[in-house]
Design a protein around this ligand. Structure first.
Ligand code: SF4
Length: 197
């Protein structure tokens, strides 16, 4: 059973927190789930995911130039305090490793920043698990016909990802009530808007 010192969060929880920190509070402290249709979208995304994963493997292997890859790798670290399944863990010709994550959307700058944080967390998990350098990662936007974005990680990327994880843990473990999203237009259709004060 998870205790305060072993609890680990998932990249999906990180993405929700970045979208709006209050989501973490309403879901974890008050146990109010989001609307079902969001879950439906996630499930549809997963189905598409599995199909595209098979279609794109060879194409991406050539494009990135990796020498080895593992699929759907479960990684967890009590140090990073994150657990998750990485779509692909690549070994690059220089011996370093890299996460490859599939997204079932079109590429958009706005979403890329959030996806980047997820990739950074995967990089931290790979380093912890394999004890190899991880200096870059890849995100494949499958709906664009497999657009692949390369991310070269910077020290501040790791600091930011760690700060987000720390804040989520503060909400879950201490009941800290976080700030609202900085973007009020997200509140218009939000399922929590009636209780979010
Ligand atoms: S109403 Fe706005 S601030 Fe509150 S949870 Fe929803 S998006 Fe976040």
């Amino acid at each position: 059973m998870d205790t305060e010192s072993t609890i680990m969060i998932t990249p999906s929880e990180v993405i929700e927190h970045i979208y709006c920190p209050r989501f973490t509070y309403f879901m974890n402290c008050l146990n109010i789930p989001q609307h079902e249709e969001l879950r439906y979208k996630v499930l549809k995304g997963r189905e598409l995911h599995e199909r595209r994963e098979k279609e794109n493997r060879e194409y991406l292997r050539k494009k990135i130039g990796c020498v080895d890859k593992e699929f759907s790798v479960y990684v967890a670290s009590p140090i990073v305090r994150v657990r998750g399944i990485i779509d692909e863990v690549l070994t690059l010709p220089d011996g370093s490793m890299a996460p490859l994550d599939y997204k079932y959307t079109e590429f958009r700058d706005y979403f890329f920043e959030t996806h980047k944080v997820q990739s950074v967390l995967y990089a931290m998990l790979i380093k912890e698990t394999y004890h190899k350098p991880v200096v870059k990662g890849y995100i494949c936007y499958a709906r664009d016909g497999a657009t692949v974005k390369e991310i070269i990680y910077k020290p501040e990327d790791f600091e930011y990802a760690k700060a987000v994880v720390d804040e989520i843990l503060r909400v879950i473990l201490r009941g800290y009530y976080p700030r609202k999203t900085r973007w009020p237009n997200k509140c218009i259709d939000c399922c929590y808007k009636n209780i979010c004060v």
